[in-house]
Design a protein. Structure first.
Length: 527
């Protein structure tokens, strides 16, 4: 294999709470999309994906104005940039048809959806240009804000940066009965947060070199649902924000203006046991959180991306200072959404006695200096090594160094193979995984596991913050301290209830997409 919005006006649609709303989505129904006027937050169209007739999702090229008056090549789903928000009820059948209208292989991964390996949308399921495929799978998991994105081998970063992605919302009766804000696009607001690197002509530019491969692809512009610094008019009272960090690599540190308190109500895989009041929230790439902000006073609420010094490269200008992402004006008539004191019943996060333990260790190989040389004189080859070992394993302990040739400014580097399942788990059984950064790797690695929603047991040997104690499919692994002698560790409790076997295994990988495409990924089977 070589390396290398749908924003339209739609008809009224039944929504999460049974109301209707004329929805405006990101770009246009064809291949062209225009940037919305500054001050307007586009709302992705909410489309039921559990009907008898499958929803068609066309991955296609487009033209999009990231900057007013300057068109750029882009990718989108059913439009120029991003795609619709898919809605499915727990207990129903997820039913979609995916068409690939790109000039290269592609596939959509249903990130966080608990389905079998053949339906999951991993890189082994990619189809060629002008090909299509269907996915129909039973959904049996709690209400949650999930998402979908491109996942072709070695091209995930490029296609996601170009705009292939969207939200996937699971609803259930238990969450609907809580009285949470639920008027889609009014007091229930989806926010897809992405950075983009644009050249002087306003064109999206995705180029790999030794810096972008090592640090990840960073953009100097932040977009919310495809626009910069929009405004949203909301009802007075509680406003629900569904936050998705859809950046390729950037870790986001979010606050409200005035350092106001807000409440985290859900993480990747669903509601928390109870709301968690915070003044700051960190989202690594691919993480989702739902929060409630208080608009009862009718005063503007600013969602701010704070300067983030813990990720090298993230605090480069213009993000060396706090940056307003969105301003909410809660001046419309109240919808009476609630902040319940209790949200969901969660089982205790404790590994059963005798649970299998696995130790997964990975590292960004190669020496990166504290200040990367801007002259380009650094080595061009940066091998990734995603290793694993386990005690008392039926497999021999070993390091996986899979070989594929990909190009980084014309230089080859090592990657993993699609032809290998590196280990096997038994369906329906709990395992405790210890995820470790090798000494010397000081970069954050958002670790994603396909096919499960896990619980975090410990972070760097310590307690788990309250907002991370719910269901997760992605966890950010960072050094225990900002020194090379302190590798970071995260312990998680996992279980897989669906089958995944070659040639469609589940994947574990870093969700810094440049790390993933460089080989920080492996496949495994659930049998």
């Amino acid at each position: 294999m070589k390396r290398r919005q749908i924003l339209k006006y739609s008809a009224s649609l039944p929504l999460l709470g049974g109301s209707t709303l004329l929805l405006k989505a990101c770009g246009g129904s064809g291949g062209d999309g225009g940037a919305q006027p500054k001050g307007t937050l586009p709302i992705p169209e909410l489309v039921r994906a559990d009907a008898a007739t499958p929803v068609t999702l066309k991955i296609q090229k487009g033209q999009y104005e990231f900057l007013p008056g300057k068109k750029s090549d882009s990718f989108g789903i059913n439009g120029a940039l991003l795609g619709p928000a898919l809605l499915v009820k727990s207990g129903a059948q997820f039913n979609v048809r995916v068409e690939n209208a790109l000039d290269e292989d592609s596939v959509l991964h249903w990130h966080g959806l608990l389905v079998d390996g053949g339906s999951d949308g991993g890189p082994a399921s990619a189809v060629g240009p002008s090909k299509n495929y269907a996915v129909k799978a039973a959904v049996d998991q709690p209400a949650a804000t999930l998402w979908y994105h491109a996942h072709p081998h070695m091209r995930t970063g490029f296609q996601t940066a170009m705009g292939v992605g969207g939200l996937l919302v699971v609803e259930d009766d238990a969450s609907a009965a809580l009285g949470l804000p639920h008027a889609w696009g009014e007091d229930d607001v989806p926010l897809v947060l992405q950075d983009k690197y644009l050249n002087a002509d306003g064109k999206l530019t995705y180029k790999l070199n030794h810096n972008t491969v090592g640090l990840g692809w960073f953009g100097q512009h932040m977009f919310v649902n495809g626009v910069q610094q929009p405004t949203h008019y909301a009802p007075r009272g509680w406003v629900r924000l569904r936050l998705l960090n859809a950046c390729n690599a950037r870790v986001l540190k979010l606050r409200l203006g005035g350092n106001a308190t807000f409440h985290v109500i859900a993480s990747d895989g669903g509601l928390l046991a109870a709301p968690v009041p915070v003044t700051e929230l960190v989202l690594a790439a691919a993480e989702r959180f739902e929060i409630l902000v208080d608009g009862s006073a009718g005063q503007p609420i600013e969602l701010i991306m704070a300067r983030h010094d813990e990720q090298y490269g993230a605090n480069a200008a213009p993000f060396d200072v706090d940056h307003t992402l969105l301003t909410i004006h809660p001046t419309l008539p109240a919808k009476n959404g609630l902040l319940p004191p209790v949200l969901a019943g969660l089982p205790e996060a404790q590994a059963p006695q005798g649970a299998r333990e696995r130790h997964i260790t990975f590292q960004l190989m190669g020496h990166f200096p504290i200040d990367p040389d801007p002259t380009g004189s650094l080595p061009e080859i940066w091998p990734f090594d995603f290793a694993w070992n386990e005690e008392d394993s039926v497999f021999d302990d070993h390091t996986l160094t899979h070989i594929n040739q990909i190009e980084v400014d014309g230089a080859p580097m090592e990657s993993f193979s699609l032809d290998t399942a590196s280990f096997r788990v038994l369906r329906g059984t709990y395992e405790r995984w210890r995820l470790t950064l090798r000494t010397g790797d000081t970069y954050p690695h958002p670790f994603h596991v396909h096919g499960t929603q896990f619980r975090i047991l410990a972070i760097n040997g310590g307690p788990v913050p309250a907002h991370l104690q719910g269901w997760k499919d992605t966890v950010n692994i960072t050094p225990a301290a900002n020194v090379r002698a302190a590798p970071g560790t995260v312990d998680i409790l996992v279980r897989f209830d669906h089958a995944a076997a070659m040639p469609h295994p589940y994947m574990v990988h870093c969700h810094n997409l440049e790390h993933e495409d460089g080989g920080m990924m492996l496949g495994f089977e659930a049998v």
